[in-house]
Design a protein around this ligand. Structure first.
Ligand code: GLA
Length: 565
């Protein structure tokens, strides 16, 4: 069907004065990035039931669970590629024994039950191709073919859900070797996950691991209809460092940490529960100093990255543990706005300011990053991250916990070489411009929406034959455009005010200036207007940006207005 572009002209209503209260719609919290532990960095393919249990127990004992960490993710090495005559995965019964009376050895449900009994959640791992990474580049031990799920997607993901796993990471070594298209394979897998979820009623969180091949930030958000997911944006920070093995002398590098951080920044794709994943953390592993660990944690938190610990949880030092559990830092990472940091200033090569918008109006997490070899003063300027320069803001040093006081327009401090300072800045929002749909055009769209909306559930008002109280439903094959949108920021925050009266999350695509679309989740709001936030690159000259919404399937959300910084 030809795209019927309704191209609604939007009446722009400039904000009259700049106050935080102007951003009035109720913010809808979005799913945060996952927090947990993964076996790969410290155990490679030696992972088994005993190690998994020790790590799960340590997550509880160390207080990591209390701080919010909950996934125990079993990575590659748990399965060596064998299947039975029906194609079911067969695991080594010695590596995965019975753990309680009545259990059978070789049943992965045993370890899942033990993890759940601690109040934690369990993750598992496979490959999108026929073979896995262990076939092509075994880390410890021999290579083993067939350790991937291609040809068994429905069967394997149903098995993972039946075993009770809560999280699945899907690697790309086999898919890469076969030159498959990741956007297609990972969508097929998303469908297999949805199928497994509908059969078992058990949710599997989706972690895509194809190291940035074919730019997953352009296709991974909401792939195959998933409500929330993460995708890797780069290769591994370090190859596994396994104690008492031939690779025990490997070391993580600070350079690797910075490089993965940089490759993980795609703020236009990170919103409403979809996250860039710069890799499991190497914090607390061999090779990094305490100061470097602190920078690492600051960068992951300000990225809103998944916080997946790669270190051996039974060997964490007090200093590492304190960093991993710092409540202010975790709150920055898990903030319910779900956005990523943007580089807002680079005063000289290597002297950078990164800012992450937080749910509290006027609040920003800020990292002053010095990549150079000498100490330097770096300044956080309110206006560079959208706060009113004319208003004072309070500043807190996150790692020392000290309130530094109240400052006008900016805060500068000296940052040691190859180090960072992390701040919480609490000021006043700058101007927002609200773009509303005009009344007349609502009628137009409401009419055509009734024709195209099979069950009439696009909006409660549709059913009674009345005009929608406010907003325009986004429907399939229709495009709802806000034209002439301007912003003083290159990467602008955009608040989307909408209603979703239905019981489940709805989705819509947004195209900015006719570029590739990003899929946005719109959780239920009931009958009142709610808001989600995204960040968009508004590079059209002047107020010449066009933001076009279209639905992926009917009904989409009912869009009321957008407000742009
Ligand atoms: C890839 C992934 C890692 C890990 C290994 C297992 O390298 O990027 O995170 O899962 O495979 O072999």
């Amino acid at each position: 069907m030809a795209m019927l572009s309704l191209a609604l002209a939007a009446a722009s209503v400039a904000a009259s004065s700049a106050t935080n209260a102007q951003i009035a719609a109720k913010q809808i919290a979005v799913p945060p990035p996952p927090m947990g532990w993964s076996s790969w960095n410290s155990f490679s393919n030696t992972i088994d039931s005993q190690i998994t249990l020790e790590q799960a127990n340590a997550m509880v004992k160390t207080g990591l669970q209390k701080a919010g960490y909950r996934y125990i993710n079993i990575d590659e090495g748990w399965w060596l590629g064998q299947r039975d005559a029906e194609g079911n995965i067969v695991v080594d019964p010695k590596a995965w024994p019975a753990l309680a009376p009545g259990e059978k050895a070789g049943d992965m449900a045993n370890i899942v039950r033990a993890i759940h009994a601690l109040g934690l959640q369990a993750g598992i791992y496979t490959d999108a191709g026929r073979d896995g990474c262990g076939t092509f580049s075994p880390d410890l031990g021999p290579g083993y073919p067939g350790e991937g799920s291609e040809g068994h997607y429905d069967q394997d993901f149903l098995q993972f859900a039946k075993w009770g796993f809560d999280y699945v990471k899907v690697d790309w070594c086999g898919g890469n070797n076969e030159k498959l298209d990741p956007a297609i394979q990972y969508a097929e897998i998303a469908r297999a996950i949805a199928n497994a979820e509908s059969i078992t009623g058990h949710r599997l969180y989706y972690s895509i691991c194809n190291w940035g091949v074919n730019s997953p930030w352009t296709w991974a958000p909401n792939i195959g209809g998933v409500a929330a997911d993460i995708w890797r944006t780069s290769g591994d920070i370090v190859a596994p460092i396994v104690a008492n093995s031939k690779n025990s002398s490997r070391a993580a590098s600070f350079k690797g940490v910075l490089s993965n951080f940089d490759q993980g920044i795609h703020p236009e794709a990170q919103h409403t529960g979809f996250y860039n994943d710069p890799d499991m953390m190497v914090l607390g592993m061999q090779g990094l100093t305490d100061a470097q660990n602190r920078v690492h944690m600051s960068l992951w938190a300000i990225s809103g990255a998944p916080l997946l610990i790669g270190a051996d949880l039974t060997e964490l030092t007090g200093a590492t543990l304190a960093m991993l559990t710092n409540p202010d830092v975790i709150a920055v990472d898990q903030d319910s706005l779900g956005l990523q940091a943007v580089k807002v200033a680079e005063f000289a090569k290597g002297l950078e300011v990164w800012a992450k918008p937080l749910a509290k109006p006027g609040a920003r997490a800020v990292v002053l990053l010095n990549r150079t070899d000498s100490a330097a003063s770096i300044s956080a300027d309110w206006s560079s991250f959208g706060l009113l320069a004319s208003s004072s803001a309070t500043v807190k040093d996150v790692w020392s916990g000290k309130d530094l006081g109240s400052f006008n327009s900016s805060y500068s401090t000296s940052v040691p070489p190859r180090d960072a300072v992390m701040l919480l800045v609490d000021g006043r929002e700058g101007d927002y411009k609200t773009y509303k749909i005009e009344r007349l055009e609502i009628t137009q769209v409401a009419k055509s929406s009734r024709a195209g909306d099979a069950d009439g559930s696009g909006n409660p008002a549709d059913r009674s034959g009345k005009q929608p109280a406010t907003g325009v439903p986004v429907l399939k094959d229709h495009q709802l455009s806000f034209n002439h949108v301007g912003s003083r920021m290159r990467v602008a925050r955009v608040e989307i005010a909408y209603t979703n009266p239905g019981p489940t999350t709805r989705f819509a695509e947004l195209r900015v200036n006719g570029q590739i679309a990003t899929r946005i989740a719109f959780p239920p709001t009931g009958s009142t207007i709610g808001a989600v936030w995204i960040q968009s690159v508004l590079d059209g000259v002047g107020a010449n940006n066009v933001l076009s919404f279209s639905a992926i399937c009917d009904p989409g959300p009912v869009i009321d207005s957008i407000s742009v910084e």
